[in-house]
Structures are given as structure tokens and as C-alpha cells.
Design a protein around this ligand. Structure first.
Ligand code: SPV
Ligand code: MG
Length: 431
């Protein structure tokens, strides 16, 4: 009997999958791969059921002799282990970034003379509806909220991109690249106070109030499924913070990060050039405790942000605060720095990790941008936030176009800098 292998990344079996399985069964005994959760979140939809359950539903189709977990996006290990005579796959990967996976399969099959069978992809109204339903499920608060905690266990480092509108949300949601023989995408979104304020032409001083911030979150949530980390500034008055925590948790936000400053907050990247007051440990731990005490789920995270390095209060102060905030219930620590050298961030991580191996560490490498995600992960960082790059790239692009239109008294000269109208229409999904 010939061995046939087909790998699946799905929570629901529809006629398209059955078609692949049926074809596979015609060639021999079917070994069905279940893409591991860790691999799946790199390039595909986030799984809403466990990989064990995903294996069971494949078995239940009746076509499968055995199921196994494929740990990596690429097929090297699984094909070496199984040596199937055939690999069966839908032909949809021919015209997507998943083409690099196809190349990998062909390379591996060639080593021992295996063959690739491609089944025409089933694309009809029913399949589309099932697909849309899966996506909509992921946008629901109960799925989205817990996803940050889930992804923290699945990825060596969680990558969050700043978003401040539906459009920027779509960029974070849909951007996926084929790079270094792998596929990659952002894991989460950061709703920055700086960029949310800037988008409204306002300064980053907690002037844009929570009702307006919530409006931004709603706009982003309407068109995305990825988890949201909200920049909660100082968290405001404890009496207000508890209400806001409840609202954010109910909406399906995954985490709020609050910084240990008080009074009129200014953006941290000003450092000591402007007057900024750090809160006392006593007040700030009381705020964390109050926030934690009103939570209704174990999923929502309150992350404490330490401004000691920004305000040049020293490493000792930063570490003392970190341990105190964790003791008060903080679900993570964000350590910030405006130095271009990542040295003090790495030193903080080293010392913090000596006593605390598990509390997630968050960093925002705006100034110390030479350090790579791999180096940060190595140092014990769990979440990296690209906090303002979308806004900072869009503004000069838009301003440049405005200047050129004024110069030329028409828009023809800027045409080659513009996204085709067709592409921008296609960017937005119709219901
Ligand atoms: C933000 O993005 O608003 C932040 C990060 O708080 S920083 O601007 O670096 O302070
Ligand atoms: Mg901010």
C-alpha cells in the first residue's frame, strides 16, 4: 500500500478538505498532518480549537489511517520521518505566499522520488461562508481577549504593531511576508497613545479621553481579529481606571499597559527634557491591585510600565518597582528606555530574570532599534512593540504628496507614488 500525506490547518472540515482527503485515499493510505498551533499562528488563521481536536475531526472523516502533528511550516522534518509516496495539497498555494511551502515540499519529495498531487481548490459560496464564519468567530471578544495569553505560549517573542484606525488595523491583520525560508506576520496590535493622539492632531498628554480611545479600538476591532494591547497612559484616577478596565475586558481587549507616572503625562521619548513626575510605588501598586480586583476573567492582562530609566532614576529603582508591581498582581512588566543603545534594557532583563523567570517582559525599541527580535527573545523579552513606525512613515509620505500637488497645480506628478484605486478598493472586504 502506498503512503499518502496531506497536512491541514483548519478548525472545520468542509467539502474542499473532503475533496483533498478523497483524492488522497485514491492513491493509498492517508496520513493526515495537523499543523501545530505554533506553526499555524505564523502564517494561517489562529486555531479556535486544540490541535488534538483538529486531529480528531480529520480522523472522523473516515479517510484517514493515522494523524500526526506537523511541527513546522516547512515539510523537511515530516517528510523525512514519514517518506510518503505522495503529498496531496489544494492548488491554492500556487498563487499565494504559501508558494514557498510548495517549493519546500517539491525539494523534499525530489530527494527520494516522491510525488506531489495538487487538487483544484474548492471555492464556492458554502466554503466561503464557512471560511468567513471562522474569521468572524476570531473577532468575538471571548476569542480575541485570551489570544494574547495564548500567543505568549506559542511564539518565542510576540510582535505587536501600532494601529490607530481601521486601515492601519488591516495592515497589522493582513501583512504577511515570505522571508528566510519561512512566513511571518504580526501577532498583536498596539493602540498607542502617541499615535492615536497624533492621528487626531492632538498632543500625547492624555487629552484624547477614554471615550475617544474606545472609538478607535472599536474601529480597529470591526475589521481585525488579532489581539489588542492598549496603551492606557497612566491609567488615570484609580476610581476611573477600574471602570475602564471592566469596559476594555468586556470589549475583548487583551491587555492594558499603564505607566507609573502621575500628573500631566508627557510622552516618554521627551525623557527629562520636560517635567514628568513618577508615581510612588505605593500609589501605583494600589492602582494595579484595584484594576485586578474588578476583572471578570483570567484572560485580561494589566501590564505595569516602568519609567525609571526614562526619568534617569537608575536600574535599582526600576528593579525594585518591577518586583513590587508583580507582587501587586501585574501580569507583565514593560521596561522603557530612550537610549539608542539597548544596554540598559538588556541589563534590566538580565537582573529581573534572575529572580523572576516567568512574568512577561514588554519592550518598545523605538530608540534602541538596532536590536533584533531574536536578541530580545534571547534576553528574556516576551513582547516587542513597534509603537509608532506606521504613523511616522505615513506622515512624510502624505506631506510629500501635498507639497508636489501644490508645486505642479495638478496630481499627475505624484501618480507613481500612489496606490492604484483598484487596490485600495480591494483592500476592504465587503460583507
Ligand atoms: C506610545 O506609543 O504612545 C507609547 C510608547 O507610550 S512611547 O511613545 O515610546 O512612550
Ligand atoms: Mg503612550
Amino acid at each position: 500500500m502506498k503512503k499518502v500525506y496531506a497536512c491541514f490547518c483548519t478548525d472545520v472540515i468542509h467539502e474542499g478538505h473532503l475533496n483533498v482527503l478523497k483524492t488522497a485515499a485514491q492513491y493509498g493510505e492517508v496520513y493526515a498532518g495537523v499543523m501545530s498551533d505554533q506553526a499555524m499562528v505564523r502564517f494561517n488563521r489562529f486555531p479556535t480549537i486544540s490541535q488534538e481536536r483538529r486531529a480528531e475531526i480529520l480522523k472522523e472523516t473516515g479517510y484517514v489511517k493515522e494523524t500526526l502533528v506537523q511541527q513546522d511550516i516547512m515539510y523537511d522534518e515530516v517528510l523525512e520521518r514519514l517518506r510518503p509516496d505522495y503529498v496531496v495539497h489544494g492548488d491554492n498555494w500556487l498563487h499565494s505566499r504559501e508558494n514557498i511551502i510548495r517549493e519546500n515540499v517539491l525539494k523534499n519529495l525530489k530527494k527520494y522520488g516522491g510525488e506531489l498531487i495538487e487538487v483544484p481548490y474548492t471555492c464556492n459560496e458554502t466554503v466561503k461562508k464557512i471560511d468567513d464564519n471562522m474569521r468572524e468567530k476570531l473577532a468575538m471578544p471571548e476569542f480575541r481577549r485570551k489570544r494574547l495569553r495564548q500567543v505568549l505560549t506559542m511564539r518565542p517573542i510576540v510582535k505587536a504593531l501600532e494601529v490607530h484606525s481601521g486601515l492601519t488595523g488591516l495592515i497589522a491583520e493582513k501583512t504577511i511576508v515570505a522571508n528566510n525560508n519561512s512566513l511571518d506576520q504580526f501577532d498583536a496590535m498596539w493602540i498607542s497613545s502617541l499615535c492615536d493622539s497624533t492621528a487626531k492632531g492632538k498632543p500625547d498628554i492624555e487629552l484624547v479621553d477614554m471615550s475617544s480611545r474606545i472609538r478607535t479600538i472599536e474601529d480597529v476591532m470591526d475589521v481585525t481579529t488579532k489581539p489588542i494591547i492598549l496603551d492606557g497612559d497612566t491609567g488615570g484616577l484609580v476610581e476611573h481606571f477600574v471602570y475602564n478596565v471592566r469596559t476594555l475586558e468586556r470589549m475583548g481587549v487583551s491587555a492594558v499597559i499603564i505607566e507609573d507616572k502621575t500628573g500631566l503625562k508627557k510622552n516618554s521619548l521627551f525623557g527629562t527634557e520636560v517635567e514628568q513626575t513618577q508615581d510612588t510605588i505605593e500609589n501605583f501598586t494600589a492602582k494595579i491591585r484595584a484594576g485586578k480586583s474588578v476583572l471578570r476573567t483570567e484572560e485580561f492582562m494589566i501590564i505595569a510600565r516602568i519609567e525609571s530609566l526614562i526619568l534617569e532614576r537608575g536600574m535599582e529603582d526600576a528593579l525594585t518597582r518591577a518586583y513590587a508591581y508583580v507582587e501587586a498582581g501585574a501580569d507583565g512588566i514593560m521596561i522603557h528606555s530612550r537610549k539608542t543603545d539597548p544596554g540598559e534594557i538588556l541589563e534590566f532583563c538580565r537582573q529581573f530574570r534572575e529572580k523572576d523567570a516567568s512574568t512577561p517582559i514588554v519592550v518598545v525599541p523605538t530608540s534602541f532599534n538596532s536590536i533584533t527580535e531574536e536578541e530580545l527573545a534571547e534576553a528574556g523579552v516576551n513582547i516587542v512593540i513597534y509603537a509608532n513606525q506606521l504613523t511616522r512613515s505615513a506622515f512624510p509620505a502624505m506631506q510629500g504628496v501635498a507639497v508636489e500637488i501644490l508645486k505642479h497645480h495638478r496630481a499627475k506628478e505624484v501618480d507613481d507614488r500612489l496606490m492604484p484605486i483598484k487596490d485600495i478598493i480591494r483592500l476592504i472586504d465587503a460583507l
